[in-house]
Write a protein that binds this ligand. Structure first.
Ligand code: MG
Length: 389
C-alpha cells in the first residue's frame, strides 16, 4: 500500500472568540489517502494554519522538508519508520511545536489506515486491551462574567456531570494567571472556596481533579494555597506553573498534598522525559495529536509506566482525538481515566457534529470500540458547514 495524498481541512466554529481559552473552537482534520482506496483520519490540537503550512510547505533543504513531500509514496504501515523519517528531515524547522503536531495528525491517520486495512480496532494493533472498559472523566469549563457567577457555574457543571453518570470530573478554576477566563480576576482564597464548593457538591464518592491553567509563577505561591486543599481529596492538580518551570514542578511534585499533572502542550517523548525526571510529575497528560501521534503517545505511556507514573491524556478537540485517546488508554496499564465529554454536554459545535461518536458512556464507563481503525466516521455535512473559507 502507498500513500497517494494528504489533505488538510481547517474547520472553524461560527462563534469563534479569540479571547476565549478553549481550543475546541477550531480544528485541522488531516486525511491520508492510499492507492488501495483506504483513507485515514487524524487531527491535532494547535493553530490549524501552522499545521497546514508544515504539511504543505515545499522543501527548503534536507533539514527543513514539508511533511507531504516526505510521505507521498511511502507505505502507511511503516508508522515508526515514517515518524523517524519526518522527525529527521524536519529537524531544523521541527523537533517541537507545530511540525510535531502536524506529524501527530498524520500518524493518527496512518494508524487508522492500518486498522481499516486489517479490519481491527487500533487498540489491538497497539498491543491489545489491558481492560474491558475505559473510565471517562468530565472536563468541565465554567462560564461567568464575575467570580461569583463563574464559581456557581462550575458547581452546577459538577452536579450535572455526576447526574449524567460520571464518577470523575475535572473542575477548571482559572481566576487568575495568563489564561484567566475572559479577563476575570479572583484571589487564591476565592479559588479555594470554589474548589471546596465543588467537593461539597459532588460528595466524597467522586474522583475530583482541578485544572488551574498555569495560574502561579512560582511553587511557593502555589503551595500557600493548595496546602489548604489537603482534606479535599484532589486526584490531581493540573498545570499549576508554566511548563518550562521544571524546578518549580519538582518542588510541587514533592511537597503538594496531591498528584501534580502536566503535559497537555508537550511535543515528543523528550519533553515528557524532562517533565517526569526533572519535574517529578506524577501524572503525564499527552495529547495524542500534539505529542506526535499514537506512535509517540505510546512511547510516552511506556516511559511513564517504567517510572510508576500515571497517564491521563489531554483531549479537547473532536471525536477523532477522543477515539485516538481511547485506543491508547486501552492499550496501556497505567491510564485510569480519559478526558471525555459526551457530545450532548459540550459547547463546541465541532465536538457535537463532526464525528458520529462511537464512544458511548453508560453507567460511568465507555466500552471497547469495535470498529476498524479509530472506529469513527466523519460527518460530511459538518466538514462542509464548518470549512474555513
Ligand atoms: Mg488543562
Amino acid at each position: 500500500m502507498k500513500i497517494t495524498d494528504i489533505e488538510c481541512h481547517i474547520l472553524v466554529a461560527p462563534e469563534l472568540r479569540e479571547d476565549a481559552t478553549s481550543s475546541s473552537q477550531d480544528d485541522i482534520v488531516v486525511l491520508v489517502h492510499t492507492d488501495e482506496g483506504i483513507t485515514g483520519i487524524g487531527e491535532t490540537d494547535t493553530g490549524p494554519w501552522l499545521v497546514k503550512a508544515a504539511i504543505e510547505a515545499p522543501a527548503s533543504h534536507s533539514m527543513a522538508m514539508g511533511l507531504k513531500d516526505l510521505l507521498i509514496g511511502e507505505d502507511p504501515f511503516d508508522t515508526t519508520a515514517l515518524w523517524e523519517k519526518v522527525y529527521t528531515f524536519t529537524c531544523m524547522s521541527g523537533r517541537r511545536g507545530a511540525v510535531i503536531c502536524a506529524l501527530g495528525a498524520i500518524d493518527m491517520a496512518l494508524w487508522d489506515i492500518k486498522g481499516k486495512a486489517l479490519g481491527l480496532p487500533c487498540y489491538k494493533l497497539l498491543g491489545g486491551a489491558h481492560k474491558d472498559h475505559i473510565v471517562p472523566y468530565a472536563s468541565l469549563q465554567p462560564h461567568g462574567d464575575t467570580v461569583e457567577e463563574y464559581g456557581d457555574s462550575i458547581v452546577e457543571w459538577a452536579k450535572k456531570a455526576k447526574a449524567h453518570g460520571f464518577t470523575a470530573g475535572k473542575m477548571e478554576c482559572t481566576l487568575d494567571g495568563p489564561y484567566r477566563h475572559l479577563g476575570l480576576k479572583g484571589t487564591d482564597e476565592q479559588a479555594t472556596e470554589i474548589v471546596r464548593a465543588c467537593r461539597e457538591a459532588v460528595g466524597p464518592d467522586f474522583t475530583m481533579m482541578v485544572d488551574i491553567q498555569y495560574r502561579w509563577f512560582d511553587a511557593a505561591s502555589c503551595l500557600r494555597t493548595v496546602n489548604n486543599w489537603a482534606d479535599l481529596d484532589i486526584f490531581f492538580l493540573e498545570t499549576p506553573l508554566q511548563v518550562d518551570n521544571l524546578e518549580g514542578y519538582e518542588i510541587l511534585s514533592r511537597e503538594a498534598p496531591m498528584r501534580i499533572a502536566c503535559g497537555e502542550w508537550q511535543n515528543t517523548r523528550f519533553e515528557f522525559i524532562e517533565l517526569m525526571d526533572k519535574g517529578g510529575i506524577q501524572v503525564a497528560q499527552p495529547d495524542v495529536g500534539r505529542v506526535g501521534g499514537l506512535t509517540e503517545a505510546m512511547r510516552v505511556c511506556h516511559l511513564a509506566q517504567d517510572r510508576g507514573r500515571l497517564i491521563v491524556p489531554h483531549c479537547w478537540k473532536t471525536g477523532i482525538g477522543i477515539a485516538a485517546s481511547a485506543h491508547m488508554a486501552l492499550a496501556v496499564p497505567n491510564c485510569p481515566f480519559i478526558e471525555f465529554l459526551p457530545a450532548e454536554l459540550c459547547d463546541s459545535p465541532l465536538r457535537r457534529e463532526l464525528v458520529n461518536d462511537p464512544l458511548v458512556m453508560e453507567d460511568g464507563i465507555v466500552k471497547l470500540p469495535e470498529g476498524p481503525g479509530l472506529g469513527i466516521e466523519l460527518n460530511p455535512e459538518a466538514m462542509e458547514k464548518f470549512a474555513y473559507k
